[in-house]
Design a binder for this molecule. Structure first.
Ligand code: NAP
Length: 361
């Protein structure tokens, strides 16, 4: 199938059959909806608040400019059965919706319950709708590894699709815990039936521009803002992780949804970068805009003052994540999904340029 953006290898995509995207207002989902509309699909977009005009403006533009058809459905992760109507007639379901925040007051209510119950709700609807043949769940590398220190205990000290996060809990790393339990739930529900196939994507830190008219509140943007708003003026934490361009994450969803042989879990990232690497790219590209952090903070200092500056930065988080190498293998995504990743530097540059243009940094 020839899409406007390029050739997608051997994708089984019959554009006359609608597809569902949950959490369509999200940062990643925005690019996915756009690509599906470019390909000519009818996209059932499940959103929590269809009445919020400022969150929906970009969809009107897509509707005018792209060949596909967009239909909205109100749904909430916490309302049982609320995705069923949106799923009717859909062969492929892309389940991207889940709250993504690291610092929360009430992890159970704000993260764990909506993420796990939401996944259950969406997959129970898939069980009840005969049209569904494939469900793609947007999981996270956090479902494979909760703390960077865990990687040292893996075979070859490299993270791959075999690994599961065993160290996160309600109290320690609640967001990784929510993603782990939700993905486990998804596999349990999928393995109890044989009509539809589950494929999960486990992206690293997602960077790159948004398709929305407003800059989203997504975690990726709040992190990038910290490089410019003075939060990190003393220096950046000694932290590294796999990073990936949001446009490639959308591409991975298409491949997971439509490649006949796609199966299992997939770590999705281009390469491993540290926060000081990100700062160096910003410094090289936007030096005249403002100074960016040039120092890496010592781990002992973060251990001492971290908990006072950020609720998510507990001493346990600092001990198990700062100054630990993050090594992982993305070869399954390249081999099985045929992913060719854009340079992370491009994701950083395009994202920050958009943030300057929109006046948020
Ligand atoms: P995002 O922009 O915050 O999108 C999250 C989406 O989930 C939004 O559409 C949001 O709807 C929806 N949502 C949250 N709570 C909901 C609820 N109770 N009912 C219905 N919808 C709800 O974040 P994102 O970065 O695009 O993340 C999308 C997915 O990718 C998530 O599953 C996240 O865990 C995963 N992921 C993200 C990254 C990353 O670096 N960004 C990395 C790995 C995995 P509203 O617009 O109404 O709030």
């Amino acid at each position: 199938m020839q899409s406007r953006q390029g050739f997608l290898p051997s994708l089984d995509c019959d554009t006359s059959v609608p597809v569902l995207v949950t959490g369509a207002t999200g940062y990643i989902a925005g690019w996915l909806v756009r690509r599906l509309l470019e390909m000519g699909f009818t996209v059932h977009a499940a959103v929590r608040n269809p009445g919020l005009a400022n969150r929906m403006a970009h969809f009107e533009r897509m509707r005018r400019e792209l060949p596909g058809t967009l239909q909205f459905f109100q749904a909430d992760l916490l309302e049982r059965g609320s995705y069923t109507r949106a799923m009717k007639g859909c062969r492929v379901v892309f389940h991207t919706a889940s709250p993504m925040r690291l610092a929360v007051r009430d992890p159970q209510r704000e993260l764990i319950q909506p993420t796990i119950e939401g996944t259950q709700n969406v997959l129970e609807s898939a069980n009840s709708i005969d049209d569904v043949q494939r469900v793609v769940v947007t999981s996270s590398v956090a479902a494979a590894c909760g703390d960077s220190a865990d990687i040292a205990k893996l075979p070859g000290q490299v993270l791959n699709e075999e690994a599961w996060n065993h160290t996160s809990t309600h109290k320690h790393q609640p967001y990784p815990y929510s993603k782990t339990q939700a993905e486990r739930t998804a596999w349990e529900i999928a393995e109890a039936q044989d009509r539809w196939r589950l494929v999960t994507l486990n992206p690293g830190l997602v960077l790159g521009p948004c398709v929305t008219d407003h800059i989203p509140e997504a975690y990726s943007f709040s992190l990038m803002k910290k490089f410019a708003d003075g939060t990190m003026k003393a220096g950046v934490p000694p932290y590294e992780v796999g990073m990936v361009d949001v446009r490639d994450v959308a591409e991975a969803h298409l491949r997971a949804g439509f490649m006949p042989g796609a199966e299992g879990r997939h770590l999705i990232f281009r390469d491993v970068k540290s926060l000081i690497d990100v700062s160096a790219v910003l410094h090289a590209q936007f030096e005249s805009h403002r100074p960016f952090p040039r120092r890496v903070l010592p781990k002992w200092l973060l251990w001492l003052v971290g908990p006072r500056t950020d609720r998510a930065f507990t001493r346990h988080v600092v001990r198990r994540n700062m100054k630990h190498p993050w090594r992982a293998d993305n070869s399954k995504s390249r081999r099985a999904l045929g992913m060719r990743y854009r340079a992370t530097e491009q994701a950083i540059t395009d994202m920050f340029a958009q943030m300057i243009e929109r006046g948020v940094v």
